[in-house]
Design a protein around this ligand. Structure first.
Ligand SMILES: Nc1nc2c(ncn2[C@@H]2O[C@H](COP(=O)(O)OP(=O)(O)O[C@H]3O[C@H](CO)[C@@H](O)[C@H](O)[C@@H]3O)[C@@H](O)[C@H]2O)c(=O)[nH]1
Length: 244
């Protein structure tokens, strides 16, 4: 990303667990975007399918553009993001993008997520399925569609965030915004991580813009959505509301 004539160091953080077939496709498309200063940071949790080795190979092929953090056990999406975002900031990133490895988030939309940050119009940007122009792949299972819609109504009802896609996992953050949310004290680990990040950011006065994206159902691999993640998601908005 550039700001005037200056290249802005931009890191895309991608958590992976069993994404062997998806990761090389995602990496290739990200590196081919033509976004100046863009790097990829993979956070892998010792995936049994060998995703970590695939990531190491990508890093060896693109030493200036791809890096890998290996964690020893599967420890959840939220903590993977906290680790990856912290590392990106420590390495000098001024903008951090978060996205899934499974190609459900459209790679070509990354520049549209970066634009409001470059223009100074937002502190963080949500790739949103629920603003005009955004959409959900019709092949997403009906129960996931219903759960996603319901989660947004629920979260906004409890917390009044005022964002249309409160659980979205495709976002771009300025470094200042990530420092303001105080990553190290984030507690949520499933997709309520997204809710907690929004809540922290908005309650600290940060500005958000939602840009429309089309969310596509993954082709390879499986979702890691568990009952535990869903229960956490039901409880987290209340914990945040009463600040416990
Ligand atoms: N390192 C690591 N990565 C993980 C873990 N669990 C999941 N991931 C990675 O996190 C990404 C998202 O995981 P999925 O399991 O595919 O997510 P999902 O259920 O489809 O949920 C997506 O949509 C939700 C909104 O509907 C989002 O809230 C969520 O963040 C994600 O984008 C993938 O790249 C996956 O490999 C983990 O424990 N550790």
């Amino acid at each position: 990303m550039t700001n005037g004539s200056r290249t802005v160091p931009t890191t895309v953080v991608v958590p992976t667990y069993n994404e062997r077939d998806n990761l090389p496709v995602l990496a290739g498309r990200l590196l081919d975007l033509g976004v100046e200063g863009l790097r990829l940071l993979v956070v892998d949790d010792d995936s049994p399918d060998g995703t970590g080795e695939v990531a190491d190979k990508l890093a060896a092929e693109h030493p200036d553009r791809v890096a890998v953090v290996h964690r020893e056990v599967k420890d959840g999406l939220g903590r993977a993001y906290v680790t990856g975002m912290g590392r990106a900031l420590a390495d000098g990133a001024e903008v951090v993008v978060q996205m899934d490895a499974d190609l459900s988030h459209p790679v070509e939309a990354v520049p549209r997520l970066l634009a409001p940050l470059a223009e100074g119009a937002a502190d963080f940007v949500i790739g949103s399925r629920y603003v005009p122009g955004g959409s959900l792949d019709t092949s997403w299972p009906w129960h996931r569609r219903a759960l996603s819609r319901w989660a947004n109504v629920y979260v906004n009802g409890v917390l009044g965030l005022g964002v249309r896609d409160a659980t979205a996992g495709f976002k771009a953050w300025s470094a200042k915004a990530l420092r303001t949310v105080d990553l190290d004290s984030v507690r949520s680990n499933g997709y309520s991580f997204q809710v907690e990040m929004n809540h922290r950011a908005l309650s600290r006065g940060l500005r958000v813009v939602e840009v429309p994206i089309t969310f596509t159902e993954r082709v390879e691999g499986t979702s890691k959505l568990t009952l535990g993640v869903q229960l956490e998601s039901a409880l987290v908005p209340w914990r945040l509301r009463f600040k416990r």
